[in-house]
Write a protein that binds this ligand. Sequence first.
Ligand code: FPP
Length: 231
Amino acid sequence: MEQMSKLPTHVSIIMDGNGRWAKRLGKDRLEGHKEGVESVRACIELCVELKIKYLSIFAFSTENWGRPTSEIEGLWALMLKALRAELKTLMKNDVRLLFLGDISQLREELRAEIEHCKGETAQNKGTTLIVMLNYSGKWDIVQAANRFIKENPGKQLTPEEMDKYLVTAQIPEPDLLIRTSGEQRISNYMLWQSAYTEFYFTETLWPDFRKNEFRLALDAFSHRERRYGKV
Ligand code: FPP
């Protein structure tokens, strides 16, 4: 297949449209999130099959705290359940798990599970799944700048230094950023890291975004010409 020749190293996804998916079917919003977890599973599977090195997903933004408590609690419960249920499969598929964002604000039970999954999968060498949790691009830039100033008094901040202080320091910048559900904006996601990222927007709602939809995005990426400001 032609797309195999130019695959991204890092694909990032803003998973959007769970609520609308549920509403269309007259279901509770949480049913949309539940179905969304199935899409996460499908996308990991495809990354493993195609040997895509990094997949990051925007699971909870710092702005999402503005949602009803019942939805937020439902999301934590869903994540906890998914992590517990999927760890074995992730191990079998050699997937390493990372969580980036301000984890300190999450409830203890979830934080413990996150640490457990991180530890168990730390030595895996296949795809790295990065769950962006309680994350926002502005928050990331500010925490990086503050840490830099604290650790390097009197020194000038450079773009190279900035890269080292962002929570994404250990992973490459995304080559491809997918957003589902027809919204065409970045919504305070990886603002610094997406300077040269290719964007792919689709009308498909996240719960309907499965392997075939993902392949379409990868195929579109394979036809993009990236010039990085050069000719
Ligand atoms: C956006 O849809 C979706 C979210 C804010 C949450 C997505 C989270 C998951 C699918 C769970 C992640 C799972 C793991 C295993 C880490 P929306 O609610 O904004 O949809 P809407 O715009 O239609 O209302």
